[in-house]
Design a protein around this ligand. Sequence first.
Ligand SMILES: NC(=O)c1ccc[n+]([C@@H]2O[C@H](COP(=O)([O-])OP(=O)(O)OC[C@H]3O[C@@H](n4cnc5c(N)ncnc54)[C@H](O)[C@@H]3O)[C@@H](O)[C@H]2O)c1
Length: 315
Amino acid sequence: MKRILVTGALGQIGSELTDALRDKYGKDNVVASDLQEPCAETKAAGPCEIIDVLDKNALDAVVKHYKVDTIYHLGAILSAVGEKNPQLAYQVNMNGLFNVLEVAREQKLERVLVPSSIAAFGPDSPKNNTPNDTIQRPTSMYGVTKVAGELLGNYYVKRFGVDVRGVRYPGIISYKTLPGGGTTDYAIDIFYEALKNKKYTSFLGPDSRLPMMFMSDAIKSIMDLAEAPFESLKHHADYNVAAVSFTPQELADAIKKRIPEFEISYEPDYRQEIADSWPASLDDSCAREEWGWSHEYGLEEMVDIMLEKIQEKLS
Ligand SMILES: NC(=O)c1ccc[n+]([C@@H]2O[C@H](COP(=O)([O-])OP(=O)(O)OC[C@H]3O[C@@H](n4cnc5c(N)ncnc54)[C@H](O)[C@@H]3O)[C@@H](O)[C@H]2O)c1
C-alpha cells in the first residue's frame, strides 16, 4: 500500500497532483503539506500538515507519523520569483531537497519524486529538440538549483540506493490554481485577460518559443514515472518530457480564432532573458522509450479547455 507525502501541495501543480494521487491511492493515504495549512477548505479530502521543507525535524515527524513511503516533493521557489530572491531560491530548492532526500535515506523510503525543469538547461544547450543528455549550464538561480537537484537526486540513487525520480517539466498550463511566479506564466494570464478585457500585454516577446504542457499531462507524467519498474530506468531525476511548443504570438492567434476581438501587445521584461536561455523544444525520447511516456493534449485542445474552464470561474 502506498503512503504518500506531498510537499508544496498548495501550489499550481501540487494542488492538482494531490487530488489525482488521492483518487488513485485513496484519500487517507496522501498527506498534503505546505507552508500554510493546505486544506482549510478541503480537510475532509484527506490528511494535511504544515511543513516548511527547511525544517527537517518536521519532515521527519510527519513521515514517521503517517508511515509515509513515497514523497512527491513539489515545494519550491520558481524561476521569476527566484530571480528576484536568489538567496531564498537557493535555500528552498537546495536545502529543502537535501532534507527530503536525507529523510528518505534515513527512513528507507520507497521512492522520492521531484520535478526538475527546462530551466536546468541554459544558453549553451542545443535550443531545438534539446536532447535528454546534453550540456547544462543554466544562467538563472532557479536553473542552477534545478540542475544541482537532478545531480543530487541521481547521486542518492547511486550512492545510497534511494529511488529518486524526476521529470523536467516545461511550462505547465492549468486553470485551477494560479501559477506561482514562473517565466511561462504568461501562457495562463493571457486566458484570464482575453476573457475579461479582450487584450493582453505579454511580458515575453512574440517569438519566444518555449515547451509547454497541459496540467493533465504533467500529472500523468510524474505518476507514470512513479509506477515504472526501476529496472527499466536508465535515467532517474532527469527525464525530458514534452508535449507542445509555441510562441506568445501563436497562442494569441489560437485565442483570436475563438475570440476575434482579442488583441495582444508586447512589453518584454526581465523574464525575457530567462526565457531566452531555455530550450524552444525538447527531445523526450528517453522518457518515451524507458517508461512509455506519451502526452495527450495539443495546443488546440488546451486552448478550448482553458477558455471554457476560466470562463466558468469568472462567471
Ligand atoms: N509550474 C510550472 O510551470 C513548472 C515548470 C517546471 C518545473 N516546475 C516545478 O514543479 C514543482 C512545483 O511547481 P509549482 O508550479 O506547483 O510551484 P508553485 O510556486 O505554484 O508552488 C510551490 C509551492 O511550494 C511552497 N513552498 C515554498 N517554499 C516552501 C517551503 N520552504 N516549504 C514548503 N513548501 C514551500 C509554496 O507555498 C507553494 O505552494 C517545482 O519543483 C517547480 O520547480 C513547475
